[in-house]
Design a binder for this molecule. Sequence first.
Ligand SMILES: [Zn+2]
Length: 323
Amino acid sequence: MRTDRRGFLKEVAGAAGLVFVGCGMADAAAQSAARGSATRRPLVVKGRRIRTVDVHAHCAVTKASDLLRRGASAPAGAAQASPLALEGQALERRLAEMDAAGIDIAILSINPNWYDADRDLAAQVITAQNESMAAFCASHADRFAAFASVALQFPDLAAEQLEQGMKKMGFRGAAIGGNVAGRELSDAAFHPFWARAEELGAVVFIHPQASASAELNARLKGNGMLGNVIGNPLETTIALSHLIFEGTLDRFPGVKICAAHGGGYLPSYMSRSDHGCMTFPAQCTPGVPKLAPTEYVKRMYFDSLVFTPEALRHLVAEVGLRT
Ligand SMILES: [Zn+2]
């Protein structure tokens, strides 16, 4: 439960633009080496030591933020306290928290805020981010890995960035948003990216971003951070549903999707998706998707950021365990 609560706080903090400062890698590596072996809480299931991976670990690279002029600089004092900060924390504190939570490896990712950038700027941003993450992960390979960032608004470029990132920089896949400046991930324009991801065996981590819909955003205004607390899981639900219902996952069946926040609302209510086209076949394209929608959901991967043990139990009951 405590870990889930922390996950919530992390998500809120992420919206505030906390950072991973990409300078001072050497200093950070030295600190890491000096740290020695911290106490780590091992996770043991049925007597077997399990390696736990946190796939939902945000960071940002200040050089890229500066290029975008988005002002995602370090919170006051954070960068000065340590040459490397993760989500505003010193690296050592982050590692101590990972140890306490029983997390062996965190896979870093950067939430896309460059989908409106032109090609040259987007290329510069991605290069800065991926080089920084790769250098950091190389210095801390025992505890950190990363998903590449890609300029998905230029699908051919994104495919190249993904391939280079996986073959030359050690990334495990890519992190993308739930839409690309208003375009759905199922848009045919993105087929080259999905094709390359499938070919490379990449894990594609889908994390929601603010909706591009003015109507929806207007309804999410007001007290309660509705844009975050229900807008985010709804965004993920929409993104995954389009990938299923537009036939993208039939076209690229080998694509490995990992959805943030337990897949949003989709896994917990996915059986409704199986009944829409059965009940109203005239409103669906015959043969698309090929399988029952729930079958695609069961093939996806999900993080466990669902806040309560019961929600996690239900997620597992619906989608099964993937090994
Ligand atoms: Zn997140």
